[in-house]
Structures are given as structure tokens and as C-alpha cells.
Design a protein around this ligand. Structure first.
Ligand SMILES: [Cu+2]
Length: 131
């Protein structure tokens, strides 16, 4: 009787936790700015760190397949600029070269594939371009 109760509990927990786990997976990762304040102007280097939140560890070898840099933090969502990826400088740190055209807040929106994670990992990192 006791074992059966335990079994039921395990089955119930699995039923409850499985969809949650699937949802949580991509959210277990966060992009953050290495340095929030960056130089305004063309050819400005910026860097983001990809972190696995539960372990706090940097995530290496992620494939960042889509980026968009726009001024949505300043209510200028339509104002975008060119950004090109540079090589991963240290494990989990991804560098880019951006052509900032205005001082102020810029949002870098990223989509990435992480090894062992079937879902697309998404993130937004806000930088402040200063003259
Ligand atoms: Cu602007």
C-alpha cells in the first residue's frame, strides 16, 4: 500500500512537472551585457555573456543566428543599425561590432541555439551608447 502511494505521487509529479520543464528550458538561459556603457559611433565593439541561470555557468559554442539592434529603449523601435558578429573571445562571451548612429539606449535582440537545448534561446540586452 505504501509503495503504491509513492508510485502514484511520482506519476502525479511527473504529469505536473513535464510541461513546466519544457517551458522553463529556454528561459534557463540569459544574455547579459559584459559592459552596459559602450562608445557611440561606427565600429563600436560590444559583448554579451550567455549564462545558464541554474548553474551560473557561461554557455560556450552557442550559435547566435539572429540579431537586431534597435533603439526601442528610446521609443525608436524602427531605428536599427548594422551589427556583425566577431568571434567568441572567451567561453560564453560573444562579441559584435556595431555601427551606432545615435547616443542613447539600444536594445540588442538575440536568438541562439544552445547545445543540448532543443528550443531557441532568446534574449534582449540593453546598451547605452555614449559620445
Ligand atoms: Cu534614435
Amino acid at each position: 500500500m505504501k509503495n503504491q502511494t509513492k508510485m502514484m505521487l511520482v506519476v502525479c509529479l511527473m504529469a505536473v512537472s513535464t510541461p513546466m520543464a519544457a517551458l522553463a528550458a529556454a528561459q534557463d538561459y540569459a544574455f547579459e551585457a559584459v559592459k552596459t556603457e559602450v562608445r557611440n559611433g561606427p565600429g563600436s565593439d560590444i559583448a554579451v555573456r550567455l549564462v545558464h541561470k541554474p548553474s551560473g555557468k557561461p554557455v560556450e559554442d552557442a550559435v547566435i543566428f539572429r540579431t537586431r539592434l534597435d533603439m526601442s529603449p528610446e521609443n525608436m523601435e524602427g531605428m536599427t543599425t548594422k551589427i556583425e558578429p566577431l568571434t567568441e573571445s572567451e567561453p560564453g562571451v560573444y562579441k559584435f561590432r556595431a555601427d551606432f548612429t545615435m547616443a542613447g539606449g539600444w536594445a540588442l535582440k538575440l536568438q541562439a541555439k544552445v547545445q543540448g537545448e532543443p528550443e531557441t534561446v532568446q534574449g534582449t540586452v540593453v546598451f547605452t551608447a555614449k559620445d
